[in-house]
Design a protein around this ligand. Sequence first.
Ligand code: HEC
Ligand code: HEC
Length: 512
Amino acid sequence: MRAPKHTIFFLPVLSGALLLTPLMAIGESPSFPTERTDLSPKDKKRVVGVTRPTQNFSKAENFETMQGGSATSKAIVNGDAFSHFSANITFAEEETFKLGNALFRKLWVSSPSSTQASDGLGPLFNARACQSCHLKDGRGHPPEGTADDTSMFLRLARDARDAKEQQILARHEALNFPDVTYGKQLQELAVPGLASEGTMKIAYEDVPVTLGDGEVVSLRRPTYSVEGLKYGPLEPDVTLSPRVAPPMIGMGMIQAIHEADILAKADPDDADGDGISGKASLVRDHRTRELKLGRFGYKAENATIRDQSASAFVGDMGISNPDAPFNQGDCTSSQQACLDRPTGVQERLGATEAPDPVLELVTFYSENLAVPARRDPGDPKVLKGKELFYQSGCVSCHTPKFVTRRDAENKAHAFQLVWPYSDFLLHDMGEGLADGQRVGVADGREWRTQPLWGIGLTETVNEHTFFLHDGRARNLTEAILWHEGEAQAARDAFASLDRDDRIALIAFLESL
Ligand code: HEC
Ligand code: HEC
């Protein structure tokens, strides 16, 4: 489907969806399997056994070092620790990975240009390459001093305004509604001769927190605004959701976790009364329009890595592709100068700026970045910290382990014991972390539990330790202290530990 040039970004998706799913009932709920259908009864028993939370903290568990299953990278730890391919892929797949890597790093240019296969950037964009945000395949950061801020941006969206829009959301035909002028995100960059949209501004306020043993930690509370809006005001009900690019490791394994295993932990009405609910995200597959379990992005808004990548191409870089064929990226009908810019489509190459196989290759690459091995899971301090992590209730959301589906599309991801430390569900994290922005079933206080594997190598790879969806936490302690809402009890348990125990818990996180 080719989108007409002047349509705002979400409308083509929407009209396509309505065409393809005319019989869908409002509020339709998909029938996900409640039991794993990929395993024999014998295997099922084995899986239940190995994924049961441990009660023995006297030594490392079997296979704990290999936190990404057989795909785990055992390469020497250095700044490239997140850039290795899954250790268990075939030689031919290694070649595909390398082609994908080149495209992930490729700097797109504006059209028309002499290097025609690389043009099509923008007209509005946040970065010129995937790698500019997912720095060294790791995480981005908030702007620091004069440093650039391309690895973080603001999502723009509003909730439904009337019954008709509510129905659209109830049918999962859209996740929310974009700003009528600025679209789905604030693009701080534009091709030469076109005005960019404005600049994200962050003001931090210090908030001192006293821990149980009297130590005072100062958190920084951010406030976001946009300076220099170039196309008029934002709509008054549009909210700003700050997002730092997350690390890229282990994605294929996350995709291969069976729905039944994630849904088994969902407890939207907190039936078990533990104060922790956990809600599954439901989103449509961009191509088939099927309802699927969302797992990627900070609000679990994408079901597949391919969908996340297709959206990144068009939203973050303004590069159209077969799944998101919008040559003008996130330009809206109110941005005529943007719509008038030349596109980077080369008819001889295909109908979009990134025609097949670009998206396939980048997707394959994104699916096969290996999780690094644990360094010292048997160290006594790490084991003590692990025990405290369990005792404090962190594992209620940060689920230690899963065994991936046997029928995974890529054999390298099939039937692997993996340790992501996430339940991939949405949780109310309280007012402090709230962005007030609805994304599908996630409300303005809900976030997907962030996987913790590899977190201890953040400084090695990215030379900073800014954590959480907007990088407000300057270290792991601050990240934990921001946990509120459903995580309040776990946060309080951490805050009341004495100093040595807090250090041990952090040592455990750093060993992941
Ligand atoms: C302008 C910065 C930026 C660029 C460029 C960018 N990303 Fe991202 N990426 C992000 C942010 C921010 C998120 C989290 C998005 C969300 O919450 O929805 C993300 C999330 C992802 C995720 C899901 C990660 C997870 O933990 O669930 C994948 C996969 C991904 N990006 C792939 C890509 C690919 C492939 C490209 C290039 C085509 C790309 N990204 C370009 C910023 C960027
Ligand atoms: C109610 C569910 C829940 C509980 C309980 C919980 N977390 Fe989290 N955790 C989350 C969510 C959701 C996020 C992502 C929040 C964000 O980015 O704003 C997160 C993020 C984190 C991060 C930052 C990850 C990153 O990549 O930036 C760390 C570190 C962390 N949690 C550690 C802990 C520890 C330690 C505990 C126990 C003291 C704990 N969490 C308990 C849900 C939970």
